[in-house]
Design a protein around this ligand. Structure first.
Ligand code: SF4
Ligand code: SF4
Length: 138
């Protein structure tokens, strides 16, 4: 009987405590400042240095550059840029090494899908993923 009363007292105590559960997806998730979410890629900032692809521990970044058609712009510009989110572990290394911040983390995280093919994101998709960019505006 004492145990039952103790259990009941604990239950009532918990009813008045602040809730730890979150009503996702009805309620927006607020992540810590350093949360590592899906990357935003800004093609106009990319200098095709390949550092992001070289440091990636899972080799999930594929990029191809091409010669700039703008006579005022020397060097290469990005042509294709893909990340395979079947493999990406959101480790943040690609964004850390990027010298121009062409690739940056966001706090977006919703990638659930029924098809593995849809986890392969191209330049256009990554460019459009420009909300909730970590550390400010895209
Ligand atoms: S977050 Fe890590 S695993 Fe994902 S693309 Fe960048 S370096 Fe590769
Ligand atoms: S590290 Fe940055 S600038 Fe270099 S290829 Fe990757 S995204 Fe482009």
């Amino acid at each position: 009987m004492l145990r039952f009363a103790k259990g009941l007292a604990y239950t009532f105590k918990q009813m008045t405590e602040k809730k730890a559960t979150h009503m996702y997806p009805d309620q927006e998730m607020i992540w810590p400042e350093r949360f590592r979410g899906i990357q935003h890629f800004a093609p106009e900032k990319c200098i095709v240095c390949n550092q992001c692809a070289r440091i990636c521990p899972t080799s999930c970044i594929n990029l191809i550059g091409k010669k700039s058609e703008d006579p005022n712009k020397k060097g290469k510009v990005i042509d294709t840029y893909d990340i395979n989110f079947e493999l990406c572990i959101l480790c943040d290394l690609c964004t850390e090494v990027c010298p121009t911040e062409a690739i940056v983390m966001t706090t977006n995280f919703e990638l659930a899908t029924y098809s593995r093919d849809e986890l392969f994101k191209n330049l256009r998709w990554l460019d459009d993923n420009n909300t909730n960019v970590r550390g400010g505006e895209a």
